[in-house]
Design a protein around this ligand. Structure first.
Ligand code: AMP
Length: 150
């Protein structure tokens, strides 16, 4: 596939920079309620303003449900992934896409100057790819019809 040159910055300019976070002592149940409220699949975990982990629906399915644990008795801090992979505003969507594919996760927080300024999900990536390809098709269609007209 051709390179998707749109950047993380451009995607966030359209999408906005809102991220939802919980603290490590939040119960998994409350984190899931927050995800349901905002129709999202992951929350960032922050402690005194610093990102210390990420918790997603997949963590819930595999580390809680399959182990027969109760989401009300387990804290997010016990089940989150602590080594969070991040991206920057300057990264191209092609890079984001290959990171998600290689590492097998669907959420990448965006850091700027050490601060979280947004999150890119696999849904954002798919949308960016479709938009860029539609723009290319439109460009080619215009070119071809221009050729035919002349
Ligand atoms: P996901 O596909 O995003 O639901 O995540 C699959 C697994 O990868 C879960 O265990 C997540 O906690 C973990 N994960 C998701 N995003 C990241 C990230 N940016 N850095 C590190 N681990 C992640």
């Amino acid at each position: 596939m051709s390179e998707i040159t749109v950047t993380v910055k451009q995607v966030l300019e359209k999408k906005g920079s809102v991220t939802y976070s919980v603290t490590p002592d939040t119960s998994v149940f409350d984190a899931l309620a927050l995800m349901a409220l905002h129709d999202i699949g992951a929350v960032l975990v922050t402690d005194t303003g610093r990102m210390v982990g990420i918790f997603t629906e997949r963590d819930y399915a595999r580390k809680i449900v399959l182990k027969g644990l109760s989401s009300k008795n387990v804290k997010v801090g016990e089940m989150m992934t602590t080594s969070v992979q991040t991206i920057t505003l300057a990264d191209k969507i092609t890079h984001v896409m290959s990171t998600m594919t290689n590492k097998r996760f669907r959420h990448l927080p965006v850091l700027d100057d050490g601060k979280v300024v947004g999150i890119i999900t696999i849904g954002d990536v798919v949308k960016a790819v479709i938009e860029e390809q539609e723009a290319t098709i439109q460009h080619l269609a215009n070119y071809i019809s221009g050729e035919i007209a002349t």
